[in-house]
Design a binder for this molecule. Structure first.
Ligand code: DSN
Length: 434
């Protein structure tokens, strides 16, 4: 699809213009199935490309280190108000540059270097910032690992409790990047309370399912909740932090501090970790939050899960193995442990045919993280494009066809790629076709 946009770039910097056109063509003609991606809407992209990119405004509304921030203050207050209303939280910080900076701020606000933090290792579906060894979070803090059961693919909360009581971490992360089932925040909260640990939910992957009411909301159970604004929320590359105002463990862990929990989070974001906030991204985030309040968005969140479940059922009917045997969220893990080919082989073959996903470890995987036995598939982008259950049947058939032809993929890829391109062009995507 060729949309006549970016006339100034076209005239003044055709190289960038051409790269944008190529990316549009790619995103318009492939099945985008990376679980952490979707399509940012045109209003979000307009807000991100707006004049707010110009302004420096270190500080917070009403207390800035630069003059001329009357409008910016209104913008940040609007984004905060929308975030609080959407998730029902007491405090919101919308300045983190993205998810990892948001999570870094949580460490600064709650812990001391060397403290124990409980999280799921990256190899088992956790995030880098939940204590993984190559991230600051695993270098400066001690990770206590918990993981989904290797047989069932599900978290066993009795086992999580056992580990927590034995290791007594000061903070527990609830939230993963490759877990297809709902999280039991009430059970996490009980465990955290038993050991006086902070409970922090990372909802970057599932924020829109929470907004749509198809996944439990962690806000009532957690001290802090972090998220990105892109992924299924269809906002800009940015992050936000939601929290309580008061720290229930202030006397125990932060008696010397004159700042409450909300203040410590704000101070951790700025000035400890970041300088000037990216107000064009905050504008995009505010636009995404507004759209997320609509009935249309709720239907989108519901459909994401219906599509993932339909895709799962179709793939299983075709004889494909799904880790954990299903999904309750936006993603599923194809399990190739019994196949000769690896997850990486499959992801590369799928991409050649126009199905863009990523190779991923599955529970009980014996292959290395550089090869893996799985592929993670997500439905937010396809759902954003307007696809529903009947389309999932077709998508499953293409995936199965690719898997059956891994050994001669170069022969079949051009035909499948052309079929998928024609199919995808028939759907109007946010930010591309409107
Ligand atoms: N990189 C994201 C993902 O793909 O899950 C997590 O931040």
């Amino acid at each position: 699809m060729s949309v006549e946009r970016y006339p100034y770039l076209k005239a003044e910097d055709p190289e960038i213009y051409d790269l944008i056109q190529r990316q549009i063509e790619m995103e318009d003609t492939t099945l985008k199935m990376i679980a952490s991606e979707s399509y940012a809407s045109t209003p979000v992209m307009e807000a991100c490309g707006s004049i707010f990119t110009n302004k420096y405004c270190e500080g917070y509304p009403g207390a800035r280190y630069y003059e001329g921030n009357e409008v910016v203050d209104d913008l940040e207050n609007l984004a905060i108000a929308r975030a609080k209303e959407l998730f029902g939280c007491e405090h919101a910080n919308v300045q983190p540059y993205s998810g990892s900076p948001a999570n870094s701020a949580v460490y600064r606000a709650l812990l001391q270097p060397g403290d124990k933090v409980m999280g799921v290792p990256v190899s088992d579906g956790g995030h880098l910032t939940h204590g993984w060894k190559v991230s600051f979070s695993g270098m400066d803090f001690q990770q206590v690992a918990y993981r989904p059961n290797q047989e069932t693919g599900r978290l066993d909360m009795d086992e999580v409790r056992e580990i927590a009581l034995r290791e007594r971490p000061k903070m527990i992360w609830a939230g993963m990047s490759a877990y297809p089932f709902k999280l039991d925040y009430a059970a996490f909260a009980e465990i955290a309370k038993e050991i006086d640990a902070y409970l922090v939910a990372d909802i970057a992957h599932i924020n829109s399912l929470i907004i749509a009411g198809v996944h439990p909301n962690p806000v009532p159970y957690c001290d802090v909740v972090t998220s990105t604004a892109h992924k299924m929320l269809r906002g800009p590359r940015a992050g936000f932090i939601l929290s309580k105002v008061e720290d229930r463990y202030q006397a125990k862990y932060h008696a010397e501090s004159k700042w409450n929990l909300a203040q410590r989070i704000d101070r951790a974001v700025f000035p400890t970790l970041q300088g000037g906030p990216h107000m064009h991204a905050v504008a995009g985030m505010a636009a995404a939050f507004k759209y997320a309040q609509t009935a249309e968005f709720k239907a989108y969140g519901e459909q994401i899960v219906k599509n993932a479940q339909a895709l799962c059922a179709e793939l299983e009917a075709l004889g494909r193995s799904i880790a954990g045997g299903g999904t309750e969220t936006h993603l599923l893990l194809l399990d190739f442990r019994k196949e000769e080919f690896t997850g990486k082989d499959a992801a590369k073959a799928l991409a050649k045919c126009g199905i863009i996903a990523n190779f991923n470890m599955v529970p009980g995987d014996t292959r290395s993280p550089f090869k893996t036995s799985g592929v993670r598939l997500g439905t937010p982008s396809l759902t954003s494009a307007g696809m529903k259950e009947p389309e999932m049947k077709k998508v499953a058939a293409w995936i199965d066809r690719v898997c059956k032809n891994i050994d001669n993929i170069d022969e079949v890829a051009p035909t499948i790629r052309a079929e998928i391109a024609e199919f995808c062009r028939g759907f109007k995507k946010p930010g591309i076709g409107d």
